[in-house]
Write a protein that binds this ligand. Structure first.
Ligand SMILES: Nc1ncnc2c1ncn2[C@@H]1O[C@H](COP(=O)(O)OP(=O)(O)O)[C@@H](O)[C@H]1O
Ligand SMILES: [Mg+2]
Length: 287
């Protein structure tokens, strides 16, 4: 069972039950795609090419067929430059596909980057209030109360008036997460959001992210080049090849949350996926 969809307040009335049938799925094949289940994101025949000055269009992504179920958690991995960010931008509607289609439940997805990208002249709370205003929340008092609720949700109680430059990197990413949740999208796209943080902060934020994912019921598409992180977090890990980026492997992670990055099962599956990633990189290196 997938976590229930968010309520008007962005949270389900009751915490979602775990999804044992999904957690115990056998490793999936590259071609598998559950077309009938409710989806958060559905990509069909998706391709993207970029024109370079003086040369023909270069295909960056080609033939991507991928479904992220409602309430799913899919981690995308692949070598640097293989098109992971481009794929997220296509899902977010920041770029137009060259071929194929993108369907996003609810019509829009929230996007979070490696850099928190907060407005430095606004306080933590005001950054969130801005997103609430863009969402159409009219009343000032209502925006303030909702920003405080979201800050509490990411465990930054009382930080509403803190200037952004006073916050640590981990705290800034918490504010960025609260701002993404303020959009009430049923899909949260994350582009290497913890890559610049130290290992301990990252470990804490992994726990927080899984807790928020379970509480809100939103689907997450999480890009990382860290295979362990992908297996620590995702229900599914998708490997992209390079030039052009195609789906080169998919694995369901058969380990229930809460997981830890040092768990033997996490390490074992990560080693297997890393082996495939190495093959991809060396194949590409010889090409
Ligand atoms: N707007 C753009 N114009 C031209 N080329 C681009 C553009 N955006 C990305 N690319 C190219 O697409 C490829 C994939 O980039 P990207 O999606 O950022 O990779 P990743 O996130 O996997 O590191 C790179 O070769 C990059 O140079
Ligand atoms: Mg990238």
């Amino acid at each position: 069972m997938s976590p229930p969809p968010p309520t008007a307040a962005g949270l389900p009335a009751t915490p979602p039950a775990p999804a044992p049938h999904l957690l115990s799925d056998p490793p999936s094949d590259p071609g598998r795609d559950p077309g009938s289940e409710p989806h958060a994101v559905r990509l069909t025949g998706l391709g993207k090419s970029f024109a370079r000055p003086g040369s023909a269009e270069t295909p960056v992504l080609e033939g991507i067929d991928l479904t992220v179920p409602a309430g799913g958690f899919t981690c995308l991995i692949g070598a640097s430059g293989c098109g992971k960010s481009t794929l997220l931008h296509l899902i977010a509607g920041l770029a137009e596909p060259s071929t194929g289609t993108v369907e996003v439940a609810g019509g829009h997805a929230a996007l979070m980057f490696q850099e928190a990208a907060l407005f430095p002249w606004l306080s933590a709370g005001r950054n969130i209030e801005l997103a609430l205003r863009l969402r159409g929340l009219r009343g000032r008092a209502e925006r303030r109360a909702e920003a405080e609720r979201l800050l509490t949700l990411v465990r930054l109680d009382g930080a509403h008036s803190r200037p952004v430059h006073e916050l640590s990197g981990g705290m800034r990413q918490r504010v960025a997460l609260a701002r993404a949740l303020a959009q009430q999208s049923s899909v949260l796209l994350m582009d290497e959001p913890f890559a610049a943080l130290d290992a301990i902060t990252r470990d804490v934020l992994h726990e927080e992210l899984v807790r928020l994912w379970e509480q809100t019921g939103c689907a997450v598409v999480f890009v990382t080049h860290n295979v362990r992180e992908a297996v620590r977090l995702g229900r599914e890990v998708v490997l992209l090849s390079s030039r052009p980026g195609r789906i080169a492997g998919r694995w369901t992670v058969p380990v229930p949350q809460p997981r830890r990055i040092e768990d033997a099962e996490v390490a074992g599956l990560a080693a297997k996926i890393t082996e495939r990633l190495r093959e991809e990189i060396s194949r590409h290196g010889r090409a």
